[in-house]
Design a protein around this ligand. Structure first.
Ligand code: SAH
Length: 513
């Protein structure tokens, strides 16, 4: 068997958008991904590869692989002929031991390639409004490990030299030694009043920056209870933090938002949450599955010309029908004589992806509104509704009352998820979720089933529910879930708007760090 290849890829820190294009290409073609604890797990959505985590982040669960084991694993996978991505937080060669992995691969005769990443010092400071080499502040920058104990007699770091360094100092891995590091620099001659900062969990929704004089930094950081991973930055460039801290000004910074949609479809919501500074938490309550038996669908697709209208009430409906036409040797010409209706903007956009335009889209995204706009056009006509295996039945009823002959065709299955991911269950129990978006009645009902009993006391308080529409709100309330706010435009964007309105400064729930 041909030997595989290992790509040592930098993932960037925090924000999944900081991966390079080359890194993305590698993930797309990977068979195996071996990733470390600094990597944002959302990046794994880019790959179909089997993924192994080498370290634990929060809490004691799971075993951690040591460097020797990681090297052995990479070599073994490559020898199986696999395309392996070793995904490492930040840049693989900056305090990342990537070069040790490269050495091991070289020794084993395995081909490798290195894909640099955005290192924490670059990205995290930029997200904190700090330019490490602002020309008025510094003409050099040093990346320093804070892992070593400066009080040990044979430290590899010469603090006298560091104290004289003509520029900005950035310490990686130094949070747990902050008092020793600052004391060593001061006793080596660096002024105690030198501006300094610690940036914690940079480029994530939990980013926090504490600035202080070098001397008072440890005390302020302890008081603020900053957590790793954190960078220590020392130098006058730190003073610009407040003016330029664009990321920390994001409206939903620090908010964890539960996304209950089917996993495969939550990409736009993940992107929107991150854009607003929030942390998206994937907690699908239903999943979308293809039909097991396509017989009825295929028969119906054979005689589409019998119908005057084809009505879609979901993106899935559009994709199921159009993909099935394609897979069975047909194409969009099968729809040449039929008019198309979509329930809302996303459904219309899904049609556009297939170069089709909806003839009708209501202003308001709900079945009643769709029935209303179709009412005058469907009398005496034949309407085919491409629907999910379950959902509301309002539409056919209304259309029939308008004189249409309506056939319902199930084109995909909508099924309940049996359980929420363990990390989500823990977060719900701890009240460590700020908002949960409910985007359909079936999602709301299923969440009511899945939510742990001892998490219910947080609902409506630390964990608030936002409904996409009054119909979903009613279903949630009927299932015993208290809804704190309801969207006024019935889309996921509307859900985010409702959260933003509720979280506006001055509102009692606003908690910016
Ligand atoms: N290869 C990585 C660094 C790994 S060492 C890179 O190039 O960024 C781990 C250290 O990186 C942490 O102790 C911390 O100092 C820093 N770090 C990584 N991610 C960070 C983040 N999101 N915020 C702040 N510091 C981070």
């Amino acid at each position: 068997m041909a030997e595989g290849k290992v790509y040592l890829v930098g993932a960037g820190p925090g924000d999944p958008g900081l991966l390079t294009l080359r890194g993305r290409e590698c993930l797309l073609q990977a068979d195996e991904v071996v990733y470390d604890g600094l990597v944002n797990p959302l990046l794994l959505r880019l790959t179909k590869a089997h993924a192994t985590r080498t370290s634990r982040v929060d809490g004691p669960t799971g075993r951690r692989l040591d460097q020797e084991e990681i090297n052995t694993l990479l070599i073994a996978l490559a020898r199986e002929g696999k395309c392996v991505v070793r995904l490492k937080g930040g840049d693989p060669y900056i305090f990342g031991r990537g070069a040790e992995e490269a050495e091991a691969l070289l020794k084993a005769g395995i081909e490798f390639e290195v894909v640099p990443g955005v290192t924490a010092a670059t990205a995290v400071t930029a997200y904190a409004g700090i330019s490490l080499t602002h020309r008025e502040d510094a003409s050099a920058v040093a990346y320093v490990t804070g892992h070593e104990d400066p009080t040990k007699p044979h430290s590899a770091l010469d603090y006298e030299t560091l104290a004289r360094f003509p520029g900005t100092l950035v310490f990686y891995m130094g949070l747990h030694r902050l008092p020793e590091i600052t004391a060593a620099l001061i006793s080596a001659g660096l002024s105690p009043s030198t501006p300094a900062a610690v940036i914690s969990r940079g480029a994530t929704s939990r980013q926090r920056t504490v600035t202080a004089s070098l001397e008072s930094l440890p005390e302020k950081v302890t008081a603020a209870r900053l957590r790793p991973p954190s960078l220590i930055v020392i130098g006058s460039c730190v003073m610009r933090h407040e003016r330029l801290a664009w990321f920390e000004a994001k409206p939903l910074l620090g908010q964890r938002i539960g996304i209950t949609r089917p996993d495969a479809q939550s990409e736009p919501q993940i992107a929107r949450a991150i854009e607003l500074g929030a942390e998206p938490v994937l907690m699908p309550t239903i999943r979308i599955e293809p039909m097991q038996d396509w017989t009825t669908v295929d028969k119906t697709l054979d005689r589409l010309t019998d119908y005057d209208w084809l009505v879609f009430t979901s993106v899935n409906g559009v994709r199921s029908v159009l993909d099935r036409l394609w897979q069975t040797g047909r194409d969009a010409r099968s729809l040449a004589t039929i008019k198309l209706a979509g329930i809302g903007p996303s459904t219309a956009e899904a049609l556009n992806e297939y170069q089709l335009r909806a003839d009708v889209v209501p202003d308001e995204y709900r079945a009643e509104a769709l029935a209303e706009v179709l009412r005058d056009q469907v009398a005496g006509k034949r309407v085919l509704w491409a629907r999910a295996s379950r959902g509301r039945n309002i539409l056919p009823r209304e259309l029939r009352s308008a004189g249409a002959v309506v056939d319902e065709l199930i084109v995909y299955r909508n099924e309940d998820v049996e359980s929420l991911p363990p990390s989500v269950v823990d977060a719900l129990r701890a009240g460590d979720m700020n908002w949960i978006g409910l985007s359909s009645p079936s999602i709301a009902r299923q969440l009511a089933q899945l939510i742990p009993a001892d998490a219910r006391s947080h609902l409506g308080k630390s964990t608030k529910l936002v409904a996409i529409s009054p119909v979903t709100q009613a279903a949630a309330e009927e299932a015993g879930l208290p809804v704190s706010t309801t969207a006024t435009s019935f889309t996921w964007d509307g859900i985010f708007e409702a959260i933003l309105a509720a979280e506006e400064p001055g509102s009692s729930t606003f908690h910016k760090h």
